[in-house]
Design a protein around this ligand. Structure first.
Ligand SMILES: C[S@@+](CC[C@H](N)C(=O)[O-])C[C@H]1O[C@@H](n2cnc3c(N)ncnc32)[C@H](O)[C@@H]1O
Length: 428
């Protein structure tokens, strides 16, 4: 039965069961069968085939809503720079249109709204649409009430400025809440946002990793059609490998995975991949001034692209990892691996290098090697949250729920510790 449900989910939402793990799908199905008080597999499969509501419930159960405010921070900094230095001067009197898909419980689109407010853009000057497939999650987003877990990034003093503490939670102020329009939608639907205006900026982070290759192309084609010419697209870490250079051009900005829209020649088909000369303006070369008002400051601010010949020069661990990430995201996995290995030659205890190598091996489909590399990362840095989560998912895919649970609770403890540290420092 699981194979049939996996096929159904792949058709409905592009879910790649290899990325998500059959064990995750199995758990979600078990929970839904319990809720519906159905014990027979065939009866549940029949219900799924006949009831759009039940399919939606299963989708809600199986999707991963993990998100937090100012996740990765740098994309938000780049957004502020792009808007103040590129978009505003070129678009006098126009309303900026931003799309966040998938928006999950709202932390991403609300972070965008806070950044736009911080750079002084008036409420009527921008419009943010936020879409997710899960009705339950969108309901939560609209409420705008968040627990500590949603503040595990580098949100600066935004929590103090935009939220009110209510018991153990934080309630977002009305002006930010009112600037985001939430709705449910499936990015893979033919009619997804049909008839809507096109967007100047799209955030589509941490979705493509759950799709197989052809579904990723479908989604990217859709996003390309939804962007204005020269619009800006943000993807998540390690999602750049599926971007076609003819359709999008990588923007150099340390820690952000952003692309400018290209218009490919008419006869060009999305399945081909020749090098194409593009004329779109390259904002990566623009000298960036700090935005006028308060934007959270990143922890590190290292810039610069490595060429292959740079590999002979000894650079800091952070520099090498940042460059390796950028190349990995750009799809140049061989150079990314070379940079990680170079990093390990110079900094043999680099957990980030082992972690990134793990991500690359996983993207290449070598999950056994990836798992070994995640183990090394955790051995060197027992508080490496992402590596622990990968180990958890790997164990669960293998059906080893006990180990999976163990890694997950270690990861959870790290978040709890960070929360406590943050609340301690905000009190002092
Ligand atoms: C990990 S969250 C990403 C949230 C946010 N973009 C971020 O990076 O923090 C993934 C979200 O994708 C949503 N999702 C999964 N498949 C989708 C689809 N086909 N269309 C729209 N949203 C989808 C899930 O409901 C989940 O909330």
């Amino acid at each position: 039965m699981i194979a049939a449900i996996e096929a159904l989910l792949e058709k409905a939402i592009g879910l790649d069961s290899v990325s998500v793990g059959s064990a995750t799908v199995r758990r979600a199905v078990r929970r839904r069968m319990e809720s519906c008080q159905i014990e027979n597999d065939d009866a549940y499969l029949a219900l799924l085939g006949n009831s759009a509501n039940e399919l939606q419930e299963l989708i809600d159960e199986v999707t991963v809503p993990e998100t937090w405010f100012f996740r990765d921070l740098e994309p938000f900094r780049l957004l502020a720079e792009y808007i103040t230095q590129e978009w505003v001067p070129a678009n006098e009197g126009r309303v900026l249109r931003v799309l966040s898909v998938p928006c999950s419980s709202g932390e991403e689109p609300y972070s965008i709204a806070m950044i736009l407010a911080d750079i002084g853009l008036e409420r009527g000057r921008f419009r943010i649409d936020a879409v997710d497939i899960s009705t339950r999650i969108v309901g939560r987003a609209k409420r705008g009430i968040y627990g500590r877990n949603s503040f595990r990034g580098d949100e600066g003093d935004s929590r103090d400025r935009y939220f009110k503490k209510v018991d153990e939670n934080y309630e977002l102020n009305e002006s930010i809440r009112g600037s985001v329009n939430f709705r449910c939608g499936n990015i893979l639907d033919d009619v997804f946002l049909c008839g809507s205006e096109i967007y100047d900026v799209i955030f589509c982070r941490n979705l493509l990793i759950y799709f197989d290759r052809s579904t990723q192309s479908r989604a990217l084609k859709k996003l390309h059609g939804l962007l204005t010419s020269n619009g800006l697209l943000f993807l998540g870490h390690a999602e750049g490998g599926c971007v076609d250079n003819a359709f999008f051009r990588f923007v150099r900005h340390s820690g952000a995975f952003a692309y400018l829209k290209n218009i490919p020649p008419k006869e060009y088909s999305i399945s081909r991949n020749p090098p194409v000369q593009v004329k779109a303006r390259d904002i990566s070369n623009v000298k960036i001034k700090s935005p006028s008002r308060k934007v959270p400051i990143p922890k590190s601010n290292k810039v610069g692209m490595l060429s292959k010949s740079d590999l002979t020069t000894v650079r800091t661990e952070d520099d090498l990892i940042e460059e390796a990430k950028r190349h990995a995201d750009h799809g140049d996995l061989a150079l990314a691996v070379a940079l990680c290995e170079d990093c390990l030659r110079n900094y043999s205890c680099s957990a980030p290098a082992y972690y990134l190598l793990g991500m690359i091996r996983e993207a290449e489909g070598n999950s056994i090697l990836a798992n070994e590399l995640f183990h090394k990362a955790v051995y060197l840095d027992p508080k490496h949250y992402q590596a622990l989560m990968h180990l958890a998912m790997h164990a669960e895919k293998q059906g080893d729920m006990r180990s999976g649970e163990g890694y997950r609770s270690r990861a959870q403890r790290i978040i709890t510790m960070n929360d406590k540290r943050m609340s301690g420092s905000s009190k002092s």
